[in-house]
Design a protein around this ligand. Sequence first.
Ligand code: ADE
Length: 260
Amino acid sequence: MMNFYILTLFPEMVMNGLNTSIIGRAVNAGLLSIEAVNIRDYAFNRHQSVDDYPYGGGAGMLMQAEPVYLAHEAVSEKIRVRLSEEAAGAAAKRVRTVYLSPQGRVFDQQMAEELSQEEDLILLCGHYEGIDERVLEEVVTDYVSIGDYVLTGGELPAMVMVDAISRLVPGVLHNDVSAEFESFQDNLLEYPQYSRPEEWHGKKVPPILLSGHHANIEKWRREQSIIRTYKRRPDLLDKSELTEKEKGWLEEWLQTQGEI
Ligand code: ADE
């Protein structure tokens, strides 16, 4: 069971995006819980405003420290209560709190795997021009970006992270092997796949896949993964662990392609 808490000004956006398909089913099955916490509920003034002008001037508004802090405290307290009920005297641990920001470390499969080991994860979504630095210093443990581009808020990145992490939680994908054997396994992209009919638009399914010869099929798939990675993501190929035999095979294949 993994619990996500998403601190946001747009809770419906996050919940609507995560209640369908595989993630929605996993929540219903009790394998995950996803709670969007509305930071505005922790506004401390009567106008319920959560933003203000930046000191020193500059464009836009900033999210204020106090509502973010109170929302984070409320979630942390809830987690502490649950943990102490589960195990009396459980050590008060610091819950991983991710701030989604283009200034963070770029999210990748390895980070998804690491975070999927956590029992609780708090995701903090910024808006406007960001959040008052002082509260970030107090609550954030990890700064994460989903890529080198700037979005209008942290909600889509939080949803991306929840999706990528959730599918690694045992039981979420019915077929646990499929989480292992696919794109980015050993830094290779996934091989091409085919389903019925055997011929479509004049294109035939590669005959080896119809041969029933499992060892040959495995070998073909591995080779296709290598070729695909070479063509589409050569940067990954450098990080993959090809055997000497596979390196030799790739050289030969490149020669047949007239690439070297
Ligand atoms: N907020 C705005 N842009 C972002 C990005 N690329 N990744 C994470 N959070 C963001």
